[in-house]
Design a protein around this ligand. Structure first.
Ligand SMILES: *Cc1c(COP(=O)(O)O)cnc(C)c1O
Length: 399
């Protein structure tokens, strides 16, 4: 098959990022660049900052970067973690471990809480690790707790309010830093209510923009910690991003097209209404979960997430029994049935596949994706419980 051939009809993109881009966002992006002094550039940046603040539920500064999610991680590490600084990273699997590896590469010392496959973060583990940090009445050493809200590899969302409460119970002053790359715009998040000191994200998942923009919201406590951090940095430095000159906020030319796209995407979210957007994600995730529950009856597939309430509304991770090749099935789904899904990441490579259901999607798209996956599984002779699509229809009809 020639991969360059244009295929007719709608292709179903069900990776959990990059996700589908709405036409309104594509149109907003297709415009000529502007000179840096054009007030429209300032207006677009201001609209993105204001829209992100509303969605994150924070009054604090939001810094935007021409970067991906790893850039947002780098920004947090560069500003808060001087070499030798200790950080607690809660184990969630692939994404917490990637973030930990990046922190260590930059000289940070990482304390990990255990990752138990299939389970969300145990707040008690965080509490215990923070209590240990003060066991000898010495100074607190852990500067921050890094938490991935939704681990996109495991498809599991952890309970941030319970984690906030665990940090409070330990009486530890560590900063609370949350990665909402995969959850913002899909699952509820409120930076103020959580008293999170930092929230970081990227634009290509729930925010429906092509990849290339990252952002970090920083409260006063975290800002002060960054001012005290002597580690050398420049591009990522939050102090430089506070410039009143909008282009300086980007340490150079702003990514104008992506910003125009983000402004349009945030407008779409606000028009639909944040509560309605979140409810749509819940409804569509329930439909996918209904299908997967039925498929699991065939014996070869199962939910990776063991706790139903912590299964993500953004992406569902489906574990496969030994002997089933999820990569071959994915290829058939994409190349023959036009449904692009994701594979297992990190420790789940070859052991799982993932269906993304976040961003610019509706019920018919979810049903189409599920049907395409069923067709691909039938081609591959994977034993799955028949009627997953019917279960999804029933779930949607019952809402
Ligand atoms: C996708 C993702 C990242 C990394 O984002 P990139 O843009 O791929 O660098 C980080 N954290 C989470 C939770 C993600 O889902």
């Amino acid at each position: 098959m020639n991969p360059l051939t244009r295929l007719p009809g709608h292709r179903f993109l069900h990776s959990p990022g990059p996700s589908r881009v709405p036409d309104e966002v594509l149109h907003a992006m297709s415009r000529q660049p502007m000179d840096l002094a054009d007030p429209r550039v300032d207006a677009t940046i201001a609209a993105c900052e204001a829209g992100l603040k509303r969605l994150l539920h924070t009054e604090h500064d939001v810094f935007l970067y021409a970067a991906n999610g790893h850039g947002a991680w780098e920004a947090v590490i560069a500003n808060l973690v001087a070499p030798g600084t200790k950080v607690l990273i809660a184990g969630t699997g692939h994404f917490s471990e990637s973030w930990a590896g990046q922190t260590e590469a930059m000289g940070g010392v990482v304390v990990r809480t255990p990752w138990v496959e299939g389970l969300p973060i145990a707040p008690a583990d965080i509490e215990a690790a923070l209590r240990d940090d003060t066991a000898h009445d010495g100074p607190h050493e852990i500067a921050a707790v890094f938490v991935v809200h939704t681990d996109t590899a495991s498809g599991i969302t952890s309970d941030l309010a319970a984690i906030r409460a665990a940090i409070d119970r330990a009486g530890h002053p560590a900063l609370f830093v949350v990665d909402v790359v995969a959850s913002l715009g899909a699952a509820p998040f409120d930076m103020t209510a959580l008293r999170a000191n930092v929230a970081l994200g990227a634009c290509q998942k729930g925010l429906m923009v092509p990849p290339g923009l990252a952002f970090v919201a920083v409260d006063d406590v975290a800002m002060e910690a960054s001012r005290r951090n002597p580690a050398p940095r420049f591009y990522w430095d939050w102090r430089l991003r506070q410039s009143p000159l909008s282009y300086r906020k980007f340490c150079g030319t702003p990514p104008q097209s992506l910003l125009a796209g983000l402004e349009a995407a945030l407008t779409l979210i606000e028009r639909e209404g944040e509560a309605a957007v979140l409810a749509r994600h819940r409804r569509l995730a329930d439909a996918v979960h209904a299908a997967v529950a039925r498929w699991s009856e065939g014996g070869a597939l199962s939910f990776f997430g063991q706790v139903p309430a912590s299964r993500s509304v953004s992406v569902t991770t489906i574990a496969v029994a030994p002997g089933v090749d999820p990569e071959a099935m994915r290829t058939v789904a994409r190349e023959r049935f036009e449904v692009a899904i994701a594979g297992g990441l990190g420790p789940l490579a070859g052991r799982a596949f993932r269906i993304g259901h976040l961003g610019d999607i509706n019920a018919a798209m979810v049903l189409g994706a599920l049907a395409g996956v069923e067709a691909a599984m039938a081609v591959q002779r994977i034993p799955f419980g028949r009627g997953g699509v019917e279960q999804a229809v029933a779930s949607l009809a019952a809402d």
